[in-house]
Design a protein around this ligand. Structure first.
Ligand SMILES: NC(=O)c1ccc[n+]([C@@H]2O[C@H](COP(=O)([O-])OP(=O)(O)OC[C@H]3O[C@@H](n4cnc5c(N)ncnc54)[C@H](OP(=O)(O)O)[C@@H]3O)[C@@H](O)[C@H]2O)c1
Length: 341
């Protein structure tokens, strides 16, 4: 192991299971001895990790059908991260200095199986862009909603990690009008001025059905839904004949204090679904293994040519990570939320 490495490292653990939504008091930043890589392992110095709403579901324990394990009291949090290999076992295909992506964020140094690391090439101009959540948006738009030139597209949760890219991608793929939803007038203004949205509807500013009807008077062809609930029902009300709805997330249930984070029931008018011939598909990345590579290549091209921007809030230091999760849940940030170490 290299002499410049510290003896200890810090990580964020779940200190207590919340009754309702987690706040920063439910987490602890804990110092622990720096581990050494065993057979097939590497030690990675994390540079960035993602703060994401799915953690709420893992903490809530309603994880049926999820690809990730639940988080119990005392567990270290995890999630997408990028960093640099600082020590590797002799049999590892990775070497010191290699840049990698992996799933053991929320710690300064991660002991990871080399097989669970993705080496980073120069497909993206900045390593932090590997934490962008555009792959789900791109997959939903190209594989499920089949967005076409001239479409009117509605993106719910438009200022979030997925939504802030979904609207831009829809436009790049030919959408004529892109409308979004968000939780504050400030974010609505940024969606229009920075990300090119044509109109924005606001959570907490009256019934969505009326707001969507005004924002998209001719109706919508495509929905990329990260919220569900009342917003999904309103989108169905505004659907044009043959509209394609791609359901990517369910923030209305996931971030509800009254629910455990793994369900989002909503009443929709099945009769409208039938007469309008609307298709309703859930998006799971695992069902579309070809999307990630295609997305990364296009994202890199679009970033380099300035056709897309990757909005994210950069939070400095692991000490602020628990607060960053609370702020994400409170809707205080625009775009993805990333902790920089
Ligand atoms: N299917 C997949 O492959 C895939 C991949 C990635 C993510 N997802 C899912 O997609 C969804 C969006 O993920 P993300 O990372 O982009 O999250 P995100 O939008 O960045 O999550 C935070 C935002 O949620 C909104 N919010 C907070 N409370 C809410 C409530 N009660 N109702 C509605 N919105 C609320 C706030 O935005 P506003 O203030 O703007 O309302 C907040 O800024 C999540 O459900 C996530 O699990 C799915």
């Amino acid at each position: 192991m290299t002499a410049t490495l510290p003896r200890t490292t810090r990580e964020v653990r779940l200190a207590a299971i919340p009754d309702g939504l987690p706040t920063q008091e439910h987490f602890a930043v804990v110092e622990t001895p720096l581990p050494e890589p065993g057979t097939g392992q590497v030690l990675v110095r994390n540079r960035y990790f993602l703060v994401f709403p799915g953690l709420r579901t893992l903490i809530g324990g309603e994880v049926d059908g999820l690809p990730l394990p639940p988080l119990r009291s005392g567990d270290t949090l995890f999630g997408p991260a990028v960093g640099e290999v600082v020590a590797a076992s002799a049999d590892s295909p990775l070497r010191t200095g290699d840049a990698v992506a992996h799933m053991l964020g929320w710690r300064e140094f991660a002991l990871v199986s080399a097989a669970e690391c993705t080496p980073l090439d120069d497909a993206l101009p900045d390593p932090v862009a590997h934490l962008a959540q555009g792959s789900a948006a791109y997959g939903a738009l190209t594989r499920l909603a089949d967005v076409r030139v001239g479409d009117v597209v509605f993106v719910t949760g438009a200022a979030g990690a997925v939504g802030s890219l979904a609207g831009q991608i829809a436009r790049l793929l030919g959408a004529r009008r892109v409308i979004g939803s968000t939780g504050s007038p400030e974010k609505a203004e940024r969606l229009v001025s920075e990300l090119g949205y044509d109109a924005v509807v606001l959570r907490g500013a009256g019934p969505f059905a009326a707001q969507v009807a005004e924002a998209a008077p001719e109706g919508i062809d495509v929905l990329v839904d990260t919220v569900a609930g009342e917003q999904l029902a309103a989108a169905l009300g505004a659907a044009r004949q043959g509209a394609r709805f791609a359901l990517v997330g369910a923030l209305s249930g996931q971030l509800s204090a009254q629910r455990a984070g793994g369900s989002a029931p909503v009443e929709i008018d099945a009769y409208r679904l039938v007469v309008k011939g609307v298709s309703l598909h859930g998006y799971s990345g695992a069902d579309h293994p070809d999307v990630e590579k295609e997305w990364t290549s296009r994202f890199g091209d679009w970033l380099r040519s300035g056709k897309i921007s990757f909005p994210y809030a950069r939070i400095a230091g692991i000490d602020r990570a628990p607060q960053a999760l609370q702020e994400l849940i409170e809707g205080r940030h625009f775009g993805a939320v990333v902790v920089e170490l």
